[in-house]
Design a binder for this molecule. Structure first.
Ligand code: ITT
Length: 182
């Protein structure tokens, strides 16, 4: 396994770090936590937000670093909350989202992982289709109790293999094949 001081995950969110660490460990990469609050620019593009977060994170931590920017895109709400997922979760939360939805419950989770060191800046995207449940199910963090991954009957909060199929897993899988080749 690559040494732990090789790569940092910069985030304010402990859940994201713990999932990313587990996923990358399975690809043979160790990951340390650089806990910090990164400014999120207002943009409709997750990628633009991620690039800015990664540059700021590298400036702060001065070590090879990855950051992650996520969005939950709900079809009947024209992609809302998308890049505003963090703000929407802390304001209206899962109940607020459930109250907005009617018949069409299709949604997609997107993760962008951006790596930055002094020579490289690279982004990797993972998408996972799914639906929004009719009510909260299970005790997971964030939108886990309302997001049902495609081909499943249960929410992220209720399944045991989230880290083998999530948007985060898909983005980190792409990242790790590039990183291990570097
Ligand atoms: P950073 O400090 O890393 O930016 P954050 O919590 O602000 O952490 P994001 O902007 O990337 O993270 O994510 C937006 C929100 O989407 C996040 O706060 C969660 O509420 C939600 N979210 C992201 N990934 C999730 C997952 O796997 N399961 C449930 N909710 C998730």
């Amino acid at each position: 396994m690559r040494q732990s001081f090789d790569l940092f995950f910069a985030s304010s969110n402990d859940h994201k770090y713990h999932e990313a660490k587990r996923i990358l460990n399975n690809f043979g990469i160790d990951l340390s936590f650089f806990k910090c609050v990164l400014e999120e620019i207002q943009s409709n593009s997750l990628n633009d937000i991620a690039i800015k977060k990664a540059k700021d994170a590298f400036h702060e931590c001065k070590k090879p670093v990855i950051i992650e920017d996520d969005g939950l895109f709900i079809e009947s709400l024209n992609g809302f909350p998308g890049p505003y997922s963090s703000f929407v979760f802390t304001t209206i939360g899962n109940e607020g989202i459930l109250n907005l939805l009617k018949k069409n419950r299709n949604a997609k989770f997107v993760s962008i992982i951006t790596y930055c060191d002094k020579n490289s800046l690279r982004s990797f995207v993972g998408n996972l289709d799914g639906t929004i449940s009719n009510s909260k199910q299970g005790n997971g963090w964030g939108y886990d109790p309302i997001f049902i991954p495609i081909k499943m009957k249960k929410t992220f909060a209720e399944i045991s293999n989230k880290n083998e199929l999530s948007h985060r897993y898909k983005a980190l899988k792409k990242f790790s094949s590039w990183y291990l080749d570097k």
